[in-house]
Design a protein around this ligand. Structure first.
Ligand code: KG4
Ligand code: ZN
Length: 330
């Protein structure tokens, strides 16, 4: 007999995250073992340390989530686990653990695309997304625009040619000696500065694609030249460049495709600047803005659990083997 729950497991990067989710996106229990303290001193994610921490944390985290909910894991509908994209060692820990648990409990195991997880995160706990929707996914690993006409119909309409916006935040934070992850600290510092430095706004006039490596490099050259420049002004100018580009692309996508809503997901969706500015854009264009609660913006097991339901209801299948370079369509 089924208890109507999916166990979602996410280990693509530096957080061991597990959750139990029903088919409506209600999160019955969830837990995250964060590795921030491990990677902070490296100024970025150190892959070998990430894999080892996943090995240590994954079974205790699964156990905690199951015990919290007081359920019998043999009655799960399925286990959904991130199969990519992500760090290969981290993915392997999640996929192998899920395969073992599924075998032991007699429960099917489904390999889930991490990006599809992020795309669905705005429907966790309550349905927020109205279709057709434009989705801006801004995370440490990805920056892309997609169009969705239903929870499982996803079309990629713009991608980054090089770095993600989260990566640019993290690199700028490292240059300014602010530690990892960089997003929250750079955002906070930016609030006390003036956006006086004209950093580039890469590809702002061209289509729906992104590029952030040039902006990152421009900050690096500026810092090398202007050693005494106030860090807050650098942060404010950098954030303004990022926001101007992201907003221009969202506007272009919303104007190109008839849309009921704009959905902003991924770690950078935690940025207060991005939240405020996308709200103003949506008010102007009269579309709904759909944002996941902050805790579901960054990597988590619940979004993988909810995406697993899409695979179950559409009969979509994917091999369980970890794959590092998946796109959204896979
Ligand atoms: O979605 P996520 O947790 O992991 C990936 O799938 O990559 O995103 C992590 C990224 C990091 O680059 C982090 O600096 C950024 O999200 N981030 C933020 C904020 N909080 C996290 N960026 C801007 N503002 C924030 N408040
Ligand atoms: Zn992610």
């Amino acid at each position: 007999e089924s208890n109507g729950l999916v166990l979602g497991i996410e280990t693509s990067c530096d957080d061991t995250a597990v959750a139990l989710v029903d088919s409506n996106g209600i999160v019955v229990s969830s837990a995250v073992a964060s590795q921030t303290m491990i990677h902070n001193r490296f100024g970025g994610v150190y892959p070998e340390a990430a894999s080892r921490a996943h090995v240590d944390k994954i079974l205790p985290t699964v156990r905690m989530v199951i015990e919290d909910a007081g359920i019998d894991p043999r009655e799960l509908e399925a286990i959904g686990v991130t199969r990519g994209p992500g760090l290969i060692g981290s993915l392997m820990v999640g996929v192998d653990t899920a395969a073992g648990l599924g075998h032991g409990w007699g429960v099917p195991v489904i390999g889930v695309n991490h990006l599809r997880g992020h795309l669905r995160s705005a429907d966790l706990e309550e349905r927020r997304v109205t279709y057709p929707a434009i989705i801006l996914l801004v995370s440490g690993g990805h920056t892309l625009l997609a169009r969705m006409t239903s929870p499982s119909d996803i079309q990629l309409i713009g991608n980054t040619r090089d770095d993600s916006v989260g990566e640019a935040y993290d690199k700028v934070a490292r240059m300014l000696g602010l530690g990892y992850p960089g997003g929250p600290v750079v955002d906070k510092l930016a609030l006390s500065g003036q956006p006086t430095i004209p950093f580039p706004r890469p590809m702002i006039d061209q289509g729906l694609e992104f590029s952030f490596s040039g902006l990152k490099t421009a900050v690096m050259y500026y810092l090398a030249k202007e050693k005494d420049a106030p860090a807050a002004d650098i942060a404010a100018s950098f954030v303004e460049s990022c926001m101007t580009v992201l907003l221009a692309k969202c506007r272009r996508a919303l104007e190109a495709y008839p849309s009921a809503s704009l959905v902003v997901v991924g770690g950078v969706a935690a940025s207060p600047q991005l939240r405020t500015q996308t709200k103003a854009l949506c008010d102007e264009l009269e579309v709904e803005l759909c944002l996941p609660p902050l805790k579901w913006s960054t990597d988590n097991g619940a979004m993988i659990g909810l995406a697993t339901w899409d695979y179950l209801t559409t009969g979509r299948s994917a091999p369980l083997a970890p794959q590092t370079g998946l796109t959204i369509e896979q």
